[in-house]
Ligand binder design. Structure first.
Ligand code: SF4
Length: 252
């Protein structure tokens, strides 16, 4: 995609600014694809099946093309605002960023979220021998594959978003900027949504799992504790308004 096309596309009024910042990136299930610039760029750039294959060189060439165009736009935008991008990544800044990454990685919430990802991995790798009441589920109109898909989708997503929330909070506390909604609350909110949906999916599995119900209960309890801890650490997260997904409650 050339730069003119990118600029023209970005200027289209149908797009909701920043909608892709607090979504779950599950585009196949997203009700807002027509309003998402990110999705439209991907569709235009990667509609050829060959370019969809991430192992294909064409994919990476396309991606690096988009990156180049985007960096150019960023530089021009920064100039307009009087920001010198080159001075932002001095050695001190890089050390500072690394230190924040390490601090976030060691944070209790991030470690617990990673542990949850591992618990999911273990359960699925042991799951070959599990026996599910699939016929009973089907009779009741329940597709257990759906539940597996949900759990797999959020397995690492939750941890990535909690990490971003924790790291963002440290920066926001340093910068103390109350002018904009807090990015860390937005990240925590989508992590919470991922946990809500995963817990519901686990509950469905437990209902029809005649072999590992106790293990599943342990996972649910662990994830519920993590959810409560995130809610406590980010007490405004649930009320964060995600552009395109949440509505402002005028009666609230
Ligand atoms: S807003 Fe929807 S379409 Fe856009 S990146 Fe997120 S999930 Fe995908």
């Amino acid at each position: 995609m050339n730069r003119d096309r990118l600029e023209r596309l970005a200027a289209e009024k149908r797009f909701i600014p920043g909608i892709y910042n607090y979504c779950d990136r599950w585009c196949e299930r997203c009700p807002q694809t027509s309003r998402c610039l990110n999705f439209s760029i991907s569709e235009e750039e990667f509609s050829d099946p060959e370019t969809r294959d991430i192992r294909n060189e064409a994919f990476w060439n396309k991606l690096s093309g988009i990156l180049g165009e985007t960096l150019e736009l960023l530089r021009e935008g920064a100039k307009k605002w009087g920001i010198e991008l080159e001075t932002l990544d001095s050695l001190d800044d890089i050390e500072n960023l690394k230190a924040k990454d390490v601090a976030a990685e060691n944070h209790l919430l991030c470690r617990a979220a990673k542990r949850y990802s591992k618990m999911v991995e273990d359960w699925f790798s042991e799951g070959k021998t599990f026996f599910f009441e699939t016929a009973a589920a089907a009779r009741e109109g329940v597709d257990l594959e759906e539940a597996f898909d949900v759990i797999r989708w959020y397995q690492y997503f939750i941890s990535a978003k909690i990490m971003r929330a924790v790291r963002g909070k440290v920066e926001e506390e340093e910068e103390r900027c109350d002018e904009f909604p807090s990015d860390s609350d937005g990240s925590a909110k989508i992590a919470l949504i991922g946990m809500d949906r995963s817990i519901a999916a686990w509950a469905m599995i437990r209902h029809y799992d005649s072999h590992s119900a106790e293990k599943v209960l342990d996972i649910i309890a662990f994830l519920d504790h993590l959810r409560q801890a995130v809610e406590k650490a980010f007490s405004s997260a649930r009320s964060f308004i995600r552009p395109g997904f949440d509505r402002i409650d005028l009666n609230g």
